[in-house]
Write a protein that binds this ligand. Sequence first.
Ligand SMILES: [Zn+2]
Length: 255
Amino acid sequence: MKATFNRLKLMKTKLNYSELFAVFLAAALVTAGCQSFCPMSKSAATVAAVQTKASQSAMTPESALAELKAGNARFVAGQPLHRDFPAQVAATAGGQYPFAVVLSCLDSRQPIEIVLDQGVGDIFSARVAGNVLDDDILGSMEFACKVSGAKLIAVIGHSNCGAIKGAIDDVELGNLTGLLSKIKPAIDAVPADAQPRTMKNYAFVNAVSEANVKLVMQQIRERSPILRAMLDKGEIGLVGGMYDLETGKVEFYEK
Ligand SMILES: [Zn+2]
C-alpha cells in the first residue's frame, strides 16, 4: 500500500516536472517568436549606437527632418526607442556628430529631446523663453552647422506659450522686458483682422507664436552670412514647427 502510494507520488512529481517543462518551453517559444515579430518588442530593443562622423555625413537636410518627424511620431505613439544611456555617454565621450540644431522654448512641457525622441549626441539644443534669437544663439547655430556638421536648423515654438502671452500683455519685469521686446514684431505681423488681440484669445496667441517662428527663421537667414551661404548651397536646411501642448505632436511648416 505504501509502495503504491510512493509510486503515485513519484508519477505525480514526474507529471509536474513535465508540465513545468512544457510551460517553460511554451514561454521560450512565445518570447522567441515575439522578439522576431512583435512591434512592441522591436521598440523595446535597446539602442546603444550613437551618431558618428560617417552617419552624420550620410545625412541630408531632408533625412534630418525625416528623423525628427519619425522621432516625434514615436513619442506621440508612446513607443520611444529604448536607449542605453550609459553606453551612449561612453560612445560620445570622444566626440559629437549631431545631425540637427533645434531652437525651442524654455517651457518645461516641451523637453525637446524627449518629444523628438532623440538620444545622447543626436541634436544640439538651444532653449530660451519664446524661442527668440540673439547673437549668442546665432553663433551657436554657426558652430553647430559650420564646425560640427549639423544638417538642419529647426525653430520650434509651442501652443499657448507664456512668453508670447507676456509679450502680447506688455509684461515688464527685469531682464524679461528685453526678451519679450524681441517677440513684439511677431504680434505686428499677425493680420489686423485677428481679433481680439489679447492673451486670452488662444487662436491669436498661437498665430503670434507661428509668426514668431517665421520671423526667427528670417532673422537667421538675414543676420548670419555663414548660415545663409550654407542654406543657399543646400548644405543645410531650415525648418519651422509648432509643438502642441495637448497632443505632443510637432507640426512642421513645409515649404
Ligand atoms: Zn513658451
